[in-house]
Ligand binder design. Structure first.
Ligand code: NDP
Length: 395
């Protein structure tokens, strides 16, 4: 029996609240806190209606250390699930350290003024978490998250040596809008418009944004164009998967999405630096976020599936082997179960599973950890049990 405190009442926070509520034998007490209380209220009503559980809610600005610390001291949860924005990561990690509470998130820290995706800021907490006998689990979403666990599983069970990994993320669904992002628009657009980067033969190589692409045959979706991007899990997997020669990350985009994105970029709407507008400073990407559909609102009517996995090449018993380990998730099924679309669902379920393994002691340690550093087996079992079943295609 444990108590969990979820920070962030967006698309992902909604899924985490529902999935924790489905496990009363583990999560006896659930608190959902966010900047805007009305969003917590709406989720609490949905959780009561669909899961038959009451959850507590609270208002907090997680960037205000005193407020965040006060909230943790008041509720004393066993673990904090941070599904607010990456900008809040360090503030919430500080509050957890100050109150001696374990920490979990789904996206690495980003400074607001530069779109930089690096673990260095959070890895710098290693000794402080270690010395406080506390655990922080980083990146327990789908990618990062499940993709890291797939790689650890392949290393443990499927290969003697892994040579290359390609992480491939396809959303084959249709939400019916001309242009919308499936998770926080600001974070999503910052990620996609940066330069591409991958690791090969011991060094990082850069590409122009969205300039490298391939056609890939995704299970349950079919052939889609996938574009090479930098993604944060590459940084930790390079350290933790032995013998790796190359690792890349790919994401699919439709023509319509790319055309909109390119126009927005060309006119300066994706800029993250402040500009002067009628005597006010505004940040164009924040203004754009206010115009775009809220990702949490895309679920009703969303059709189609996500198909995300890791294509891994290497050797087993002296023979070459190539596998694709993947999950397929249906948008409409997610809506029925937890009032969410599949991108929020595939992030929120692994966040719940990470917390489950922490509070039950199946994953434990002192310090700051990435997902692939733990035994993948209990996580892989839990994926099958709690809504994200996986499969392996031998190629
Ligand atoms: P949303 O924008 O829908 O939700 C974010 C929530 O965080 C909002 O409710 C927002 O409050 C709240 N919030 C923002 N700032 C603060 C603050 N200072 N204090 C308290 N609450 C705050 O985002 P998503 O739910 O789509 O994404 C959540 C996280 O999940 C992001 O970090 C994203 O990067 C990550 N993610 C990870 C994925 C993975 O596979 N690993 C995939 C998809 C997302 P308000 O309502 O007031 O704006």
């Amino acid at each position: 029996m444990s108590k969990v405190l979820i920070v962030g009442a967006g698309g992902v926070g909604n899924v985490v609240a529902h999935k924790c509520a489905q496990l009363p034998e583990v999560f006896e007490h659930i608190v959902l806190a966010s900047r805007t209380l009305s969003r917590c209220q709406k989720i609490a009503l949905d959780v009561a209606a669909l899961q038959g559980r009451q959850i507590d809610i609270a208002q907090v600005d997680a960037d205000d250390l005193a407020q965040m610390q006060g909230l943790l001291a008041q509720h004393r949860p066993d673990v904090v699930i941070n599904v607010a924005l990456p900008y809040q990561d360090l503030h919430i990690m500080d509050a957890c350290l100050a109150t001696n509470i374990a920490y979990l998130d789904t996206a690495n820290y980003e400074p607001k003024d530069v779109a930089k995706f690096e673990y260095k800021w959070q890895w710098a907490y290693q000794s402080r978490y270690h010395d406080a006998n506390l655990m922080a689990l980083l990146g327990s979403g789908f990618d990062p998250g499940v993709t890291n666990v797939y790689c650890a599983y392949a290393q443990k069970h499927l290969f003697d040596e892994i040579e290359t990994i390609d992480i491939l993320d396809c959303n084959g669904g249709d939400h019916g809008y001309a242009f919308a992002t499936n998770f926080n628009p600001e974070i999503n657009i910052r990620e996609i418009t940066q330069r591409g980067r991958y690791w090969e033969d011991g060094e990082w190589k850069e590409t122009d944004s969205l300039s490298v692409k391939q056609d890939y045959d995704f299970p349950a979706v079919g052939v889609r164009k996938a574009y090479l991007l930098y993604h944060e899990e590459l940084e930790s997997l390079v350290k933790n998967i032995k013998g790796l020669r190359r690792i890349r990350f790919w994401m699919t985009f439709g023509e319509q999405y790319l055309t909109h994105l390119s126009v927005l970029q060309n006119v300066g709407m994706t800029r993250i630096d402040p500009i002067d507008f009628q005597g006010h400073k505004i940040i164009p990407i924040e203004f754009l976020k206010a115009l775009l559909p809220d990702p949490a609102s895309l679920g009703a009517g969303y059709q189609g599936k996500t198909s995300i996995g890791c294509e891994i090449v290497g050797t087993k018993d002296g023979k070459p082997r190539k596998v694709f380990i993947y999950n397929v998730c249906d948008h409409a099924d997610c809506w029925k179960e937890v009032r969410a679309q599949a991108v929020s669902y595939t992030t929120g379920v692994p966040a719940m599973i990470g917390a489950l393994l922490m509070v039950t002691g199946k994953w434990s340690g002192h310090g700051v950890f990435n997902m692939e550093q733990f035994d993948p087996d209990p996580f892989m079992d839990a994926l099958n049990r709690y809504g994200l079943p996986w499969d392996i295609r031998e190629d």
